[in-house]
Design a protein around this ligand. Structure first.
Ligand code: UD1
Ligand code: MG
Length: 455
């Protein structure tokens, strides 16, 4: 059987005033990516074949974010906020043009939605239902639309503002996400009016309208966490907690050793090989890959980095974007690596900054070494060959090349290239003044005697 085509319409026109932020609501991030990206990833994984994102009039940033992660997404602007059905109809052209088998409507502020739940919601459409609503039973139903069921069929959804006391007592609530059969979608949506308390065009009215057209509507039950909508920073933090729990569980199930999982913060895209150990209190920003057998020690912060096989990072290490560590590399405490390739077996164990550099295999970077990559205007590269020894507290002023097997004496400021196998010393020669301290003492006591005599 041919797979059904599916157009996902993501409603993201909300301003999110309750977030108390200049940033549009769906641009707030959890687990390293915006809510919008989480939602787009979920609809993508649920087998959608096209996507439309409905944004507000001044939300270019939201449109750009959608295009960045899903270039095929079409952007539609809802010029006035007149309700969820009105928002869906902003993307009317996409429904008319694509003629999808399924139309899946998802809110941009429900980042915890799981692809499996969306797939479950689509399933009844394949069996002839015109509408499937995602229902759930929240601990506190206040504020949600109630799902009215009669003789096993969903007959309507009543928004709380319009519900009677007995309807408000219904525990089954509307999660907001809805799937519609493509062939009926527009005829249903266009019949929705705004004769209600808020004078909004409610998407939820689609159910009663479908019933009136003798079409079937069904409810699919999901978990409260799946449809959790984010309106405030407190809800964002709560969603982050749930997301982190999911990600930690996934990492543990994949065989990663997390000694204290509750202290490790992951990104949705963190990738681990086999037998990786992560010690307590480690933060993984976006785009980190850790290969087999690597150990990430406590209090390290990684983002945009690739940690090679059996490498050891930390404690207290910082890997910034472009840090690429090959096999058996050691990056120790208070070492920062940015945009640098550290080849197999090389070590930088203490107090260093390695930026815009390559460090050859087997090289040793002494404590306190700094690659001076920035001259105030531009960045420059430091290229260190294989088996180089950089003495402690050296400054390598880029652009500079240190040939394979060379040595740099401690405390050097290296401003010119160093040939292979050479020794470079870039510091002033040591001076010894014999008996100097004794003479100083004598001068001091003479000074004191003179002062007393003058009193
Ligand atoms: C909606 C449902 C309600 C359900 C609840 C679940 C309707 C009418 N009601 O109510 O039954 O229980 O979600 O959380 O659908 N949006 C736009 N443009 C608009 C209006 C809304 O883009 O004109 C977007 C919002 O940004 C948001 C989503 O649609 O992402 C839902 O809107 P919201 O105002 O939160 O609806 P609720 O009142 O929560
Ligand atoms: Mg809401």
């Amino acid at each position: 059987m041919k797979a059904r085509t599916c157009l996902a319409i993501v409603l993201a026109a909300g301003e999110g005033t309750r977030m108390r932020s200049a940033r549009p609501k769906v641009m707030h991030a959890l687990a390293g990516r915006s809510m919008l990206v989480h939602v787009l990833a979920a609809v993508g994984a649920a087998g959608t074949t096209a996507a439309a994102v409905v944004v507000g009039p001044k939300q270019d940033a939201v449109a750009a974010e959608a295009k960045r992660v899903l270039p095929c997404a079409e952007i539609f602007i809802q010029h006035e906020r007149k309700g969820t059905a009105h928002a869906v109809l902003a993307a009317k052209a996409a429904i008319a043009r694509k003629k999808p088998d399924d139309v899946l409507i998802v809110f941009g502020d429900t980042p915890l939605i799981a692809p499996e739940t969306l797939q479950r919601l689509r399933a009844p459409l394949a069996k002839g239902a015109a509408i499937a609503v995602l229902a759930f039973r929240p601990a506190d139903p206040t504020g949600y639309g109630r799902v009215l069921v009669r003789d096993g069929a969903v007959v309507a959804i009543r928004e709380e503002a319009d519900a009677s006391a007995s309807e408000r007592a219904i525990a089954l609530c509307n999660g907001g996400i809805m799937a519609l059969a493509g062939k009926h979608a527009l005829s249903i949506l266009e019949k929705i009016g705004n004769a209600n308390r808020k004078h909004e065009f409610y998407l939820t009215d689609a159910v009663a309208i479908a019933r009136g057209m003798k079409l079937a509507a069904v409810a699919v039950e999901g978990e409260e966490d799946d449809v959790r909508g984010i309106n405030t920073k407190a809800q964002l933090a709560e969603a982050e907690r749930l997301m982190q729990e999911r990600l930690r569980r996934k990492a543990l199930d994949a065989g990663v050793t997390l000694i204290a999982p509750e202290t490790v913060f992951l990104s949705a895209d963190t990738k681990f090989g086999k037998d990786v150990t992560v010690e307590p209190y480690v933060v993984f920003g976006e785009k980190v890959k850790v290969d087999d057998g690597a150990v990430i020690r406590s209090f390290s912060h990684l983002a945009g980095a690739h940690v090679g096989k059996a490498a050891i990072v930390g404690p207290f290490a910082r890997l910034r974007p472009g840090a690429t560590l090959h096999e058996d590399v050691h990056i120790g405490n208070f070492v920062e690596v940015k945009e640098a390739v550290i080849e197999a077996g090389a070590k930088a164990n203490h107090l260093s900054y390695i930026g815009d550099a390559t460090v050859g295999a087997g090289s040793n970077i002494g404590a306190g070494t700094i690659t001076c990559n920035y001259d105030g205007a531009a960045k420059h590269r430091t290229e260190i060959g294989a088996d180089v020894f950089i003495g402690s507290n050296s400054a390598l002023v880029a652009p500079v090349k240190i040939g394979a097997g060379a040595y740099v004496g401690s405390g050097s400021v290296i401003t010119g290239n160093v040939p292979a196998k050479a020794l470079a010393l870039g510091r002033s020669r040591q001076v010894i003044k014999e008996g100097w301290a004794t003479r100083l003492k004598a001068l001091k006591s003479l000074g004191r005697k003179k002062a007393r005599a003058a009193e």
